[in-house]
Write a protein that binds this ligand. Sequence first.
Ligand code: UTP
Length: 236
Amino acid sequence: MTTVIVALGGSLLRPEIEERHTWLEGLVSIIRDRVSMDDRIGIVVGGGAPAREGIELARALISDESHLDKIGIAATRLNATIVREALSDSGIPVSGTIPKSIDEAVLLLEKRQVVVMGGTNPGHTTDAVAIRFAISSNAERCIIATNVPKVFDEDPKKNPTARSYDFLTHRQLLEIVGTSVHSKAGDSQVVDPIGAQEAHDCEMPLNILDGRKIELIKEAIIGGDFKGTKIGVSKS
Ligand code: UTP
């Protein structure tokens, strides 16, 4: 029995993602297969478009970043509800509620094979939630499904010659993502530095990949080779 936690970037549910219904069906099918193999899977869903829209609308009136974070958290829970309902309607044994804390999520994962959640508290993103969930549930690894193919040394959208990596140690990842502070609600990096720091401290392996390609999520959950960046103590 393997326990894996998957962070699904909220951008994966966006209307711009081609074939997003097929993508969601693919996700349901992967989870169904893994459940039949006795895996336990925690899914942490990001806020994507509703988080950004909500935060942008309220920013003119609200200056406390933690209050804006709450809007982001509400969006992550909306997206988590979409994923939870899709799994539940397919007969997958998913927890009936969306937990609000890591402790609650860990308890639920002991009772059900699949738990879906969004954010918890202000001050970080769902990557950090997924990494904490992985550490607290003694998961084998945490998969971060995002919208870039690999970790780059610079933002590839700003610098097309940025270098990408197949493998990094936790320390090298920290050098790329920078200090573990949550400066602004809605700000996004390839991996939340707060989560990256905790993964480093607890030596939690991370698999970072392009979640738009559903087969990569499947390969990473199974534990095989996948195109993306592995973060760990050693390459094996
Ligand atoms: P996300 O996890 O979606 O952040 O949370 P993101 O980096 O923008 O991720 P993608 O693009 O969906 O992959 C959205 C915002 O919600 C707040 C933060 O403000 C975050 O930027 N949030 C989320 C929290 O404050 N706490 C949480 O536990 C989760």
